[in-house]
Write a protein that binds this ligand. Structure first.
Ligand SMILES: [Zn+2]
Length: 417
């Protein structure tokens, strides 16, 4: 059992039985102390849809979920396709101060997939954007995708393309397979994702640039990434907690809370995704936290927008589904949720290790505590969690950002410390 001393925002010492010396003592006996989590894929909805989420409410949700950094996706209104919008998001995140908010820049103007956005200006801005995505939409044009990769390579930035072939996905609102056949809901085949990933991997090899594959959902996608990595392609990938834990059979309820893009797949896919995360083929876990206002989400299944909440349940879902059954160790969990995503995006000050001289940006969690997800008690302004009513194991107790508590004993500490 080790003690951690934090001074002036930094970890000053880690060793057994540190003397108190007038310091504030927080008893973490039996708890795990780790670098705070990092999410490469969060939708904060501000600017434009502050009824669904704001940078502040999303930051609260993030801190409660154990996060120290959130990467805010670009599909806001207006779209984050210019230096002005990414700086606005960055500044609001800093002013809220509960997590570091790193804006993601759009690849194309207005996410329209026609013309490259101001990638260079966004990179040169105060927000120093090095990660670009039209997430929610897929860059369909292969020539444009090649140019995006080439352009981003100039400053070693990463292109993250939401992989979904438009023609194949058109009209589908769940996984195409046995369950969609029974329910009579048009489906999206695995190939809609795999064709785009295969193309993007080929273009990444061609350009020598860096690709990040968001929300990998099929067994075939994992295999494509595995082969490309072996061949030296500069690719990283993420998987969401919901794609690791929920299957398309849940759609039988016709509850739009289970609608997400890419769709929930099958138990066989979950097996391969979990193994891919454990062996490092999939580098990290990202939430794809996608809040939707009630009036938008509560439509018929085929008309509802895709997306689910994720920030406040991610750690517990991973502990429940992968750590408890012995598929992932606690140190692998910390790597996949903190160290690896921080490394991919090059976020200094995040991702640990918890050692002398490192920033005091930490999460303290209880591996044993069990709790039931109650949507009304979540900090998010929206309540579209697919885990409502589910009992999960593992709970965030404290979160710290540069030596200050953002969450203490499970409650947000705002502007105090
Ligand atoms: Zn997406």
């Amino acid at each position: 059992m080790l003690d951690v001393r934090i001074e002036k925002g930094l970890v000053a010492e880690v060793r057994s039985s540190l003397p108190e010396n007038g310091a504030t003592v927080v008893d973490c006996t039996g708890l795990v102390v780790a670098p705070a989590l990092v999410d490469l894929h969060t939708h904060l909805r501000e600017p434009g849809r502050e009824d669904a989420e704001t940078i502040e409410s999303g930051s609260r949700a993030g801190a409660l979920g154990g996060y120290g950094a959130l990467c805010a996706m670009a599909n806001t209104t207006p779209v984050a396709d210019s230096a002005a919008v990414v700086e606005q998001v960055f500044n609001i995140g800093r002013a809220v101060g509960l997590v570091d908010v790193f804006p993601v820049g759009a690849i194309t103007v207005d996410l329209e997939g026609e013309k490259l956005a101001e990638i260079g200006e966004m990179h040169a801005s105060k927000a120093q954007v090095n990660f670009f995505s039209d997430d929610g939409k897929c860059v369909q044009d292969s020539g444009l995708m090649r140019r995006a990769l080439e352009y981003a390579k100039a400053f070693d930035a990463i292109i993250a393309n939401h992989a979904e072939d438009r023609g194949l996905a058109e009209g589908g609102s769940m996984n195409e397979g046995e369950v969609s056949g029974i329910l009579g809901i048009p489906g999206v085949p695995d190939e809609a994702e795999e064709l785009i990933i295969a193309r993007d991997l080929a273009l990444t090899k061609l350009t020598g640039s860096r690709l990040h594959v968001p929300h990998v959902s099929t067994a075939g996608s994992v295999e494509l990434i595995r082969v490309a990595k072996r061949a030296g392609v500069r690719v990283t990938a993420e998987v969401t907690p919901h794609h690791l834990s929920l299957t398309d059979t849940l759609v039988a309820s016709f509850d739009p809370v289970f609608k997400v893009a890419p769709p929930l797949r099958t138990r066989a896919d979950i097996e391969v995704l979990s193994a891919g995360l454990a062996d490092g083929t999939i580098d990290c876990v990202a939430t794809d936290h996608a809040p939707h206002a009630q009036e938008d989400k509560e439509k018929e299944f085929d008309k509802a927008p895709p997306g689910m909440l994720g920030l406040e349940t991610a750690l517990a879902v991973l502990i429940t589904e992968l750590v408890v059954p012995g598929r992932l160790t606690v140190s692998e969990l910390v790597d996949r949720m903190s160290t690896a995503p921080a490394r991919i995006r090059g976020l200094d000050g995040h991702g640990g290790p918890v050692a002398a001289g490192a920033p005091g940006t930490l999460v303290v969690f209880d591996l044993e505590a069990r709790w039931v997800v109650e949507p009304a008690r979540l900090a998010s302004l929206s309540d579209n969690t697919p885990f409502a009513g589910r009992e999960l194991q593992g709970k965030v107790v404290h979160t710290m950002l540069r030596g200050k508590f953002t969450v203490r004993d499970g409650e947000v500490v705002h502007g105090q410390g």
